[in-house]
Ligand binder design. Structure first.
Ligand code: HEC
Ligand code: HEC
Length: 212
């Protein structure tokens, strides 16, 4: 792990202070050290296809963040942390997405981030729907243009329309967890609402993918 800069530490302190006053129903606040550009800031790109691809590239900062990639691995083994190291204890979610027989994800992963596990681990990430993304939705090892094409392919996106992809990004619990990842993990850039708005704008502008 790289040493956090003084600035990042200050930001972390600010975020901790802010979260104390934030209610459980309000959307998770973003980390000021990890901003996401607004849809409006792309208005200067006149060509619509180019604007669409640029908006997707910005959303890619979230999609390719460790919070998402750790659960969308290329093998049946989830990865952990910002360094995306193999899951410890070793874990293979064979055919199902919930872990091997007798050791489901929920053995350790609770409904929220409040569980602890062992010394040195601040919290076990948790959500009531915790499970591994199916293999056809693997993102690790793909380039952003490849992920973009995969997201649009019903054979590899859970038979979703583009409108359903927008809804998933805006409202899904596991997607939302990336902005409330629990102690010891960095948040995905921006906020879920800002990210959802980028995905919506990407679809509205023709869902063009960045060039490889
Ligand atoms: C705890 C594990 C987990 C995390 C964290 C997670 N996902 Fe997923 N994701 C899944 C699972 C499981 C599915 C399959 C669910 C389904 O098809 O209904 C999925 C499916 C998806 C899909 C729909 C299928 C596809 O690939 O097109 C999208 C889009 C998606 N995730 C985006 C994200 C994004 C963006 C993040 C981070 C902000 C994220 N996910 C974080 C487990 C996770
Ligand atoms: C025996 C306990 C145990 C089981 C079972 C387990 N995990 Fe974990 N998992 C952990 C612990 C502990 C951590 C936190 C490690 C850390 O932060 O250093 C973790 C972290 C993770 C992370 C990293 C999140 C992030 O972004 O850093 C993912 C993804 C994950 N687990 C997925 C799964 C999935 C999917 C399953 C079921 C197929 C599963 N785990 C089963 C104990 C377990």
């Amino acid at each position: 792990m790289t040493k956090p800069s003084h600035l990042a530490l200050c930001a972390a302190v600010l975020v901790t202070a802010a979260s104390a006053t934030w209610s459980a129903t309000a959307p998770a606040p973003g980390d000021p050290a990890r901003p996401l550009r607004s849809v409006a800031s792309f208005g200067t790109i006149r060509d619509q296809a180019e604007r669409s691809a640029a908006i997707f590239a910005e959303a890619g900062k979230v999609i390719q963040s460790p919070r998402c990639l750790n659960c969308h691995p290329a093998t049946r083994t989830p990865t952990q942390g910002d360094a995306m190291r193999p899951h410890v204890p070793f874990m293979v979610s064979s055919d199902g997405n919930h872990g091997p027989k007798g050791l489901p994800c929920a053995t350790c992963h609770g409904a929220d981030n409040s569980r602890t596990f062992a010394a040195g681990i601040a919290s076990v990430p948790g959500n009531a729907h915790w499970q591994l993304a199916p293999i056809e939705m693997a993102w690790q090892g793909l380039t952003l243009p490849q992920i973009c094409e995969q997201l649009k392919d019903p054979k590899r996106n859970g038979s979703r329309s583009l409108a359903q992809i927008v809804t998933h990004m805006n409202t899904d619990h596991l997607v939302g967890w990336a902005w409330e990842p629990g102690e010891g993990r960095s948040k995905a850039p921006g906020t879920q609402a800002g990210f959802g708005a980028l995905i919506e704008a990407w679809v509205k502008t023709g869902a063009h993918c960045p060039r490889a």
